[in-house]
Ligand binder design. Structure first.
Ligand code: GDP
Length: 476
């Protein structure tokens, strides 16, 4: 916690200022015990930044301020992080004040010259004499009239802001170690250990409303041969999933039996959505199939919404491109407009019927899966977050500063990142979206959602799929 020392000659108004700040008093008892008798101390809350105010009232009573310069006043200033040197604005600038002020200034701490008892504009005009101190931070105030005390308070507050903990440690050097320590602490305090993830199998759901060409696409992907086989098999053992090999991965299309059982679900929207949910629950990536030969419908939008809800990787397939109703630009614009929450999903136009560009789907699946399982190195992650918060400061929460101490990815499928913050609630949806976009410009995350979860340090990881996640990362 930072300390603020108020220094100055007797009767300049130190105690009044001290008392004014003390209205922001917070009850901390134990720390106060054992402090020197002649320095009053108070813990105060500057709108979320706690600080300790030291009033050296006792010093001037013993009139030691100037006699033994460097004793009590300097001591107090040395103990402090911020120094307020107060003078009486109704009096003339005093050489001794100046000398002491310069000595204090030499300590290299934030120091302000506070010219008190400036009750009105006229007095303020005259008070410019005090400019001869050459103080970088000069305030004309009237504590008793509560004039301009606000700007002094603002100045104090600006020096109370602690740099992010990580930043502070990084500044102090030993970067690597600092980061490790912080992360270790975080882990100790309950971040989940990474679960064993299966990276060899990619589970894909082909979803979309009836007749958009899902089973045609499946057939095209698997190859005619395979489709015939499965059709035969379907009559006997009714396979639920079908597989194909893509490079070193197995791609499993979930519930293809349901896909092939055409006609049954036609027109029953609720049932269709229910089945889609069942498929999504078991999948990594959704191939969202849309019919490019007809306008998009509300049902398309509802189904797309499920992909967002389940936080899956996604590829948007504009099928029946051979009969497309508009230009590529128009079609893409329409999809982007209707499915804003899937803005990160790649779009591919193809024809399941003629198989045009169907072969591209495999490449896309591999790429999206790579991003869906991406682990962002902690250092790079923190660097990007840090830069982003410098570029756009985190808005305060009811006037209280919000910062991010550090970021740590704790899961994949999709990437989930904890943002450890002093005030997690202060990280608003729109700011998280900004951070997500920053991450997307620095790391290849095409086709995957990114979940940012604000946390307080030590907070146990709640189920990452709780509603909160869905809310926080919706549309980002
Ligand atoms: P599903 O209900 O989504 O599985 O759709 P189907 O795969 O059964 O296809 C519905 C209809 O669209 C069938 O008559 C297909 O022949 C036709 N179809 C599928 N893909 C294409 C395509 O790329 N172009 C055209 N013109 N028709 C297609």
């Amino acid at each position: 916690m930072k300390k603020i020392a108020i220094l100055g000659q007797p009767n300049v108004g130190k105690s009044s200022l001290f008392n004014r700040f003390a209205r922001r008093r917070i009850a901390i008892t134990s720390d106060v015990a054992g402090t020197t008798r002649d320095v009053k101390k108070e813990f105060v809350d500057f709108d979320g930044q706690e600080a300790q105010i030291l009033d050296t009232g006792g010093i001037d009573e013993s009139s030691e301020l100037f006699k033994k310069v460097g004793n009590k006043a300097i001591e107090a200033a040395e103990e402090a992080d911020i120094v307020l040197y107060m003078v009486d604005g109704k009096a003339l600038p005093d050489e001794r004040d100046k000398r002491l002020f310069y000595r204090l200034q030499a300590l290299g701490k934030p120091i302000a010259l506070v010219v008190n008892k400036i009750d009105n504009d006229k007095e303020e005009e005259r008070a410019w004499e005090f400019a001869e101190f050459g103080a970088e931070n000069l305030f004309f105030v009237s504590v008793s009239h509560n004039r301009r005390v606000g700007s002094l308070t603002q100045w104090i507050k600006s020096h109370l802001e602690e740099p992010g903990e990580l930043e502070a440690l990084l500044q102090a050097g030993g970067e690597e170690e600092a980061l490790e320590n912080l992360l270790a602490r975080f882990d100790d305090e309950g971040a989940p250990a990474e679960e064993e993830e299966n990276l060899d199998e990619i589970r894909v759901a082909i979803i979309g409303r009836t007749n958009v060409g899902k089973s045609s696409l499946l057939n095209a992907l698997l190859g005619e041969e395979r489709a015939v086989v499965s059709e035969v098999a379907g009559t006997t053992i009714d396979p639920v999933d079908e597989r194909m090999i893509l490079e070193d991965k197995t791609v499993t299309f979930v519930d293809t039996a349901g896909l092939r059982r055409r006609g049954k679900i036609q027109g029953i929207e609720r049932y269709a959505l229910g089945r889609t949910r069942q498929m999504l629950e078991r999948s990594d990536i959704a191939l969202l199939v849309l019919d490019a030969s007809a306008p998009l419908t509300d049902l398309d939008e509802k189904i797309a919404g499920l992909v967002d809800e389940y936080k899956l990787g996604c590829i948007i397939v504009l099928n029946k491109w051979d009969e497309a109703i508009g230009s590529y630009e128009e079609a893409v614009a329409e999809v982007r407009h209707r499915f804003k929450f899937l803005s990160w999903a790649p779009i591919i136009t193809l024809s399941a019927k003629s198989k045009k560009r169907v072969h591209k789907v495999g490449e896309l699946i591999l790429r999206v899966f790579g991003n869906y399982t991406r682990r962002i190195p902690t250092r790079d992650l923190n660097e990007v977050i840090r830069q982003a918060t410098i570029r756009h400061h985190i808005p305060s929460l009811k006037g209280k500063p919000v910062n991010i101490l550090f970021a740590s990815q704790y899961a994949i499928k999709p990437p989930k990142i904890a943002l450890v913050s002093n005030r997690p609630k202060g990280l608003h949806f729109s700011y998280l979206r900004y951070l997500t976009n920053q991450l997307r410009t620095h790391f290849d995350l095409e086709g995957t959602p990114v979940v940012l979860v604000p946390k307080k340090r030590g907070e146990r990881d709640r189920d990452a799929d709780e509603g909160r996640d869905a809310h926080d990362s919706r549309g980002v």
